[in-house]
Design a binder for this molecule. Structure first.
Ligand SMILES: [Fe+2]
Length: 272
């Protein structure tokens, strides 16, 4: 009986799902031993997976026996009242999936050293048996003055921001970030990513950096991590929204200072 492939398989220029008859796991070589066939399959699968290619470009150890303790850094906290700004953001947020996230940026054909970004990401999700159209989170760039103040205090050059609002049941599978578009503009400058918690942590919400669980954050907490090296994922199994403000930009002296000194920034009506 013919198997029904995921609808996205037909648009991917690659072997189909490993479990399908014409997928990688069933591919055979002409001649050679069974061991050679198995080796070929491993090589072929590695060549088509974003995760494996990402590992080659990362300095992370990818060793589960090593318990990470410094996979992310807490670098201060904002104190203020951005509830109204969040409520407005909830009105404009849109569903983001692995299947549509590059389309939304107009980068569905965008390539990096790992190949076509969109295709490579979809491969991992589909090959794992996941649904590339399952919501990862809800996104919007609609921020107010308090959130803008946070971005200003980070002091980055050319900051880009986005609200990552994860609703109940949404998850982002483990992956490595790709902010090459920022690096392409200036190789000499350090590109850093900050995540600012906009609400207190709730049981059932988590972010994983490497193999370290990040939890129990409080509203205003500022996190950063080595986005190029550190695999990460998130999920929300709570009954509360999980809003984060993501900011990516070039590090300046102001940013560097903030990284070194953990401090609290009080925001009052959008002013420090
Ligand atoms: Fe990410």
């Amino acid at each position: 009986m013919a198997l029904t492939l995921h609808s996205m398989q037909s648009s991917l220029a690659r072997p189909t799902r490993p479990k399908d008859p014409n997928g990688i796991a069933h591919g055979s070589r002409s001649g050679g031993t069974a061991a050679q066939t198995k080796a070929d399959r491993v090589v072929t699968k590695a060549a088509y997976t974003n995760w494996e290619l990402g590992k080659e470009l990362s300095n992370y150890h990818f060793d589960k026996s090593i318990k990470d303790t410094e996979a992310f850094q807490l670098c201060g906290r904002f104190v203020g009242d951005w509830e109204d700004e969040l409520e407005k953001a909830y009105e404009t947020m849109e569903t983001v999936t692995w299947g549509n996230r590059w389309d939304k940026k107009g980068l569905s054909k965008k390539s990096d050293p790992r190949g076509v970004l969109k295709e490579n990401e979809l491969k991992d999700i589909i090959d794992a048996g996941g649904d590339p159209e399952q919501p990862m989170y809800h996104g919007t760039r609609d921020i107010g003055p308090q959130m803008q103040q946070m971005i200003d205090i980070l002091g980055m050059e050319n900051p880009r921001h986005k609200l990552h609002i994860q609703l109940t049941g949404e998850s982002v599978a483990m992956h490595l970030d790709k902010h090459y578009e920022a690096e392409e503009k200036d190789d000499d400058k350090e590109v850093r990513r900050f995540l600012i918690a906009l609400a207190d942590w709730e049981p059932g919400q988590f972010i994983v950096f490497g193999n370290q669980i990040c939890e129990r954050w409080i509203a205003g907490s500022i996190l950063t991590f080595e986005w190029k090296d550190m695999p990460h994922g998130t999920a929300n199994a709570s009954l509360h929204k999980r809003p984060l403000l993501s900011v990516v930009g070039y590090v300046t002296e102001t940013t560097q200072d903030l990284l070194c000194k953990e401090r609290t920034w009080t925001l009052v009506n959008g002013k420090r």
